[in-house]
Design a protein around this ligand. Structure first.
Ligand SMILES: *Cc1c(COP(=O)(O)O)cnc(C)c1O
Length: 232
């Protein structure tokens, strides 16, 4: 592995190449650097290389990093892990985005607990596209109603959909998962023409980001390819 700055450069070029190959506009895909279980110093190195958006899965760990990095302006924090309802306040107060909302109760708490002096919290609904019992995320079928309900909440802004398909499946079935997510976002946009901001497909990780971009990803979440393997 190269330095974190080199890795960011490499992944950024990979994103640009995939975006161009898909005939999509330049800069239509953002890189979310997943810094979970990596030290604040790694985030600092990435920020020095121009990276702004960071993804975290564990609330306590994220809060410690935010405090250690408070001197860096304009960092953007995205919560991407499973959400326990007793953690929603810390998430609502300290994060800019949440990708992993999978039930109305959580969305309602995030809206209720979002501080009045902050802009609405950007949220994505997490879809379990593999329909596996063990995985987090809700079913594709439940998304239209959940989206309708979430759009009523005053202090969250519904931005789109997120999925983590099992990477151990054929390219063909992975593509079908990404496509199903993109098609659901389109359906929501048609159903809610007045909902500004329904513009996000958070899909694609280190191994499958090129395919995800081909199918319309607007945010790819990359950890290992930037920061190296995480310790067990
Ligand atoms: C850990 C994680 C990633 C990054 O995975 P890598 O394989 O390290 O690139 C992306 N999305 C979510 C939700 C994660 O938990």
């Amino acid at each position: 592995m190269g330095s974190i700055a080199d890795n960011i450069g490499g992944v950024t070029r990979r994103i640009q190449k995939a975006t161009k190959a898909a005939n999509r506009p330049e800069n239509s895909v953002r890189l979310l650097a997943v810094s979970k279980r990596k030290p604040a110093g790694d985030v600092r190195s990435a920020a020095a290389a121009g990276q702004r958006a960071f993804g975290e899965n564990y609330v306590q760990e994220a809060l410690e990093k935010m405090a250690a990095l408070a001197d860096i302006p304009r960092l953007e924090w995205h919560f991407i892990g499973p959400i326990q309802s007793n953690k929603t306040r810390d998430i609502a107060v300290h994060f800019d985005w949440v990708h992993s909302v999978d039930r109305l109760k959580i969305a309602r708490r995030l809206s209720d607990q979002r501080p009045e002096d902050k802009p609405p919290l950007n949220i994505c609904l997490q879809v379990n596209v593999d329909n596996e019992e063990t995985k987090s995320g809700t079913t594709l079928e439940s998304i239209p109603q959940l989206a309708t309900d979430v759009l009523q909440l005053p202090n969250v802004r519904l931005r789109g959909l997120m999925a983590i398909p099992d990477p151990d499946q054929s390219e063909e079935s992975l593509r079908a998962r990404f496509r199903a997510l993109a098609s659901m976002l389109n359906q929501l946009r048609h159903a809610h023409p007045g909902a500004t901001g329904l513009d996000t497909l958070s899909m694609g990780m280190s191994g499958d980001l090129d395919l995800a971009i081909e199918e319309g990803a607007t945010i790819v979440r990359v950890g290992t390819a930037l920061f190296g393997a995480r310790e067990a």
